[in-house]
Every structure is written in C-alpha cells, then in structure tokens.
Design a protein around this ligand. Structure first.
Ligand SMILES: Nc1ncnc2c1ncn2[C@@H]1O[C@H](COP(=O)(O)OP(=O)(O)OP(=O)(O)O)[C@@H](O)[C@H]1O
Ligand SMILES: [Mg+2]
Length: 298
C-alpha cells in the first residue's frame, strides 16, 4: 500500500511556529478556506517557492480532487491543510477558525506508508480513533469500519499478510476512525492495479455517501478525479511557470451526480482539457458543453 491513514492530532508532532499571521475568513461549520497561501522552503540560493497565492475553498461535504505535475506541491498543500506544516504566508481556516496545528476534525491518509507492521489491521485502524475513546466503543467503531471497507474477515491479520488493496482499505478505515469532518487523501489508490483501483473509488464514494465528509483527494489520475470529485483543482509547477504565476492553474466543476458514467461525453471533454493543462494532448470531443470552468492565468 502506498498511503496509510493517520489522525494528525494523535500521532504527528505539531509543526514549528508559523510564518503566517493567523487571521482567517469565516467558512461555515466544516469548510476549509485557504487565502493567498504561499509555501517556500530554504534552498541553496534563496528559497524554493512551491505554492504561491493559492486561494481555495473546500465546502462542507464536497469532494475536491487535486491534480498537477509531480513536484507542484500537492502533498505540500495536503500537509498544510492537515496542520502538519505552516504556510510561509497566507491563512488556512477550518470551520472559520485559523488553523494553528493539527486538528481533531481532520484525518489524513499519506502518500507514503505509515502503518505499523507489527500490529493487526484492527489495531492499525484503532490508531485513528479519537483520544479518550473507551475500549468497548473503540472496538465497536473499529468493527464497524472494517465491515464498511469489507475487511471484517481480516481484522487479525498483519499488514504484510494482506494484499495491497486490503491494506489500502485498512488505511481508509483508519482515516475514518474519528469520523473526520475533513478527510485528506494523498494518492490513496496510486499503487493498486486498475481493477482494484476502480473498486476502491466506488468504495470511497459509498463511504462518503454513508458518512458525509469534506474530502480532498490528491491524484495523478485525471479520470479518477473526474469520477470522484465535485470539483477538480489543477495546480501548476512554479518552476515551469512564468515569474509571479500563482499555483492554481484552473478549477473545473464536474457535472452529474455520482456515481457517474465513466464514459460520459462531457467527462471526456473535461478529461481532455485537464490533460492538456498537464501537457498531454488528446483529441477533444466537439459537441460537449462545458459547465462552469474557471481558469486562473495569473
Ligand atoms: N520539507 C521540505 N523541505 C524542502 N523542500 C520540500 C519539503 N517538502 C516539499 N518540498 C519540495 O516541495 C516540492 C513539492 O513537493 P510535493 O511533495 O508537495 O510535490 P507533489 O506535487 O506532491 O509531487 P508528487 O506528485 O511527486 O507526489 C518538491 O520540490 C519538494 O522537494
Ligand atoms: Mg505528493
């Protein structure tokens, strides 16, 4: 498996002092609001700017997919929203309050493995439970989650004893353990075979329908983004952009209620548009109507 769930509040060290002033816009009960977010890192010569001028709103209960070239800052963005890192400038608000570190309302499944190999799947899932959960309630919640992801038969197995898809489902269950208001997924299905990946996408949608959560999912797969998300946010690599360009390349509103027809013609048109933004050229259907597509060229 390539990503393992972690409830940030319980397992990660909080980042150091923020560079950014913690003033925030109001976003509603569970929404996430990024305003003019920059993130740069010290480099041999000056600083390496990874994110610049990023404005982004995740509305309560929606699924937003983030796509963009490798190294454009997708995982950096996810870490910022998880409160595991701080912006160099700008603000991030969760539920109208400035984020000052990890937050119990947020759970994240990382791009790289972070599970504990010596613990069973059930014990790994239990690591995501909120602090202070009673033994019986925790056991019940873990059993419910394992059922939800179809792993009730594998509760006692260790990560090395299960397939990649099963481990991935355990990661998802762990991220869901605290019933997060905001679920952050970094390429959650990246290492899976095509069929398992499609099944996992459907599982995520079923879980989202059963336990509505605001979801931000990073993916390299444009089709996956269009199948899962209400909106697709495309980031650009600042290294390859004009000086002063902002990170947000475009936002695409995806039409149609879920579950969607993967072969729908308007999705094909959006797919072509997003791929073109990633530098992959493909023939575009000519008859499709584009819904609200906004583009930020700055
Ligand atoms: N803690 C850090 N210190 C220095 N540089 C960092 C740090 N974290 C990220 N970077 C740099 O920021 C850039 C963006 O990294 P990030 O992991 O966000 O990219 P990404 O879009 O997720 O890429 P991928 O699609 O390959 O996962 C990279 O050049 C990376 O080296
Ligand atoms: Mg990444």
């Amino acid at each position: 498996m390539t990503s393992t769930a972690l409830a940030p509040g319980s397992r990660e060290t909080a980042p150091g002092p923020a560079d950014a002033a913690p003033t925030a816009r109001c976003t509603g009960p569970d929404g996430v609001h990024l305003t003019a977010v920059d993130r740069s890192f010290p480099a041999a010569q000056g600083r390496h700017e990874v994110l610049r001028g990023l404005d982004l709103e995740l509305r309560s209960g929606e699924i937003v997919a983030v796509v963009g070239p490798s190294g454009c800052g997708k995982s950096t963005l996810l870490r910022l929203i998880a409160g595991l890192d701080r912006p160099s400038a700008g603000t991030i608000a969760l539920g109208g309050t400035a984020l000052v570190g990890t937050d119990e309302r947020t759970a994240v499944a990382f791009q790289e493995p972070r599970r504990l190999p010596w613990r069973t799947l059930a014990q790994n899932v239990a690591l995501g439970l909120p602090r202070g959960t009673g033994r019986a309630a925790g056991k019940e919640r873990v059993a419910h989650l394992l059922r939800l992801v179809g792993l009730e038969h594998a509760a006692g197995l260790r990560p090395r004893e299960v397939s990649g898809g099963m481990a991935q489902r355990a990661s998802l269950a762990r991220a869901l353990a605290r019933s997060p208001q905001v679920l952050l997924l970094d390429e959650p299905f990246g290492a899976l075979d095509a069929l398992t990946r499609l099944r996992m996408q459907d599982l995520l949608l079923e879980i989202h329908a059963a336990e509505p959560t605001t979801v931000l999912v990073v993916t390299h797969d444009v089709e996956e983004a269009l199948y899962l998300a209400d909106r697709v946010v495309q980031l650009r690599s600042l290294r390859e952009a004009e000086p002063g360009a902002r990170s947000l390349a475009r936002t695409v509103e995806v039409p149609g209620a879920r579950p969607r027809d993967r072969a729908a013609r308007d999705l094909a048109a959006l797919r072509a548009e997003l791929l073109e933004g990633l530098g992959v050229h493909s023939p575009r259907p000519t008859t499709a109507s584009f819904p609200t597509t906004s583009e930020d060229h700055s």
